[in-house]
Design a protein around this ligand. Structure first.
Ligand code: CP
Length: 316
């Protein structure tokens, strides 16, 4: 297995099966720290730099929380408008990263441009984590999601994972790549204008991801072990800032999970949603035994603890 020490986490395209399980094992070791709400000193001599060019609640704060739980330090920005990258100068990624690499030992970047964290990694002498790049990928979210599935279902093989919503989304790309390493079926359901791009499906074919495309939730709900959701009412992920519109579109019934829809599901199926949600996942579903998105959010801290401690060499 390749070492994680010093490694960039940019994509799940190149992740191997044993690397997933290695991270899941580290999650299991570190989880009691998060559960007991204690901080340790595993990364006491390390600093994380956060570079968020797009809004985030979970991804940025889960990385920060993870760093604090491990006794490390955090600095950075959550709004590029407060930096020279976001004002008159429009400072380039190259120049910005040449500064940031002196300020810490690892960097986590969210950007509206696909490939921006990979560009940062070219110029940085410290490891770079992709926290979501345009429509590209969201590897740390999907690592969290796979860990949640493993803990809740006991396996990542033999499962039917029904992915509902906007399949141009970065999580949908990362999970498609990741599932090539498991004996699982990915079932794709999306509105026509949010269907996976042919180039992406060609990549899944090449990687050997087992997938099929369906048109209606009724075709798959009874088979689903995991219902994996993204909104279909979305901002444009290629823009730096997307203010809330005056009126939101409503999610068509076919892409919504409600208490009624879940009556047709297996009793032990689980629902994941990386959040934030719109009306595709109604609060009424929070009370069902299937809901696991709060557990998923908690696991987001645990997975970032595992990732940060790994790339910062705490386990070497
Ligand atoms: N799941 C996720 O990426 O959420 P944020 O946009 O709040 O980081």
């Amino acid at each position: 297995m390749r070492s994680f020490a010093g490694r960039d986490i940019l994509s799940l395209k190149d992740f191997e099966r044993n690397e997933f399980f290695h991270l899941f094992e580290i999650c299991d070791r570190l989880e009691p720290i998060a559960r007991s709400r204690q901080n340790t000193d595993l990364l006491a001599s390390k600093t994380l730099v956060t570079a968020f060019y797009q809004p985030s609640t979970r991804t940025r704060l889960a990385h920060e929380a993870a760093m604090h739980r491990l006794g490390g330090h955090v600095l950075g920005f959550s709004d590029a408008k407060m930096t020279r990258a976001g004002d008159f100068y429009q400072e380039s990624i190259k120049d910005t990263v040449h500064m940031l690499e002196y300020y810490g030992d690892a960097m986590v970047m969210r950007h509206f441009q696909q490939g921006a964290p990979a560009e940062a990694a070219k110029w940085a002498s410290i490891p770079v984590i992709n926290a979501g790049d345009g429509w590209g990928e969201h590897p740390t979210q999907v690592l969290t999601d796979l860990y949640t599935i493993l803990k809740e279902k006991g396996t990542l093989d033999g499962l039917t994972i029904v992915a509902i919503g906007d399949h141009r989304m970065r999580t949908m790309h990362s999970i498609g790549y990741a599932l090539s390493q498991f004996d699982a079926e990915l079932v794709i359901l999306s509105p026509e204008d949010m269907a996976p791009l042919p180039e992406f499906l060609a990549e899944l074919d090449e990687k050997g991801t087992n997938y099929r495309i369906v048109e209606h939730i009724d075709q798959v709900i009874a088979d689903a072990d995991v219902i994996y959701m993204e909104p279909v009412v979305q901002p444009d992920y290629t823009k730096s800032v997307d203010e809330a519109p005056d009126e939101y579109g409503m999610t068509p019934a076919n892409y919504k999970i409600t208490q009624d829809v879940m009556k047709k599901a297996k009793g032990d199926s689980i629902i994941l949603h990386s959040l934030p949600r719109m009306d595709e996942l109604l609060p009424e579903v929070d009370d069902l035994k299937h809901a696991r998105y709060w557990q998923e959010a908690y696991n987001g801290v645990v997975m970032r603890m595992a990732l940060l401690s790994s790339i910062l060499g705490a386990w070497e």
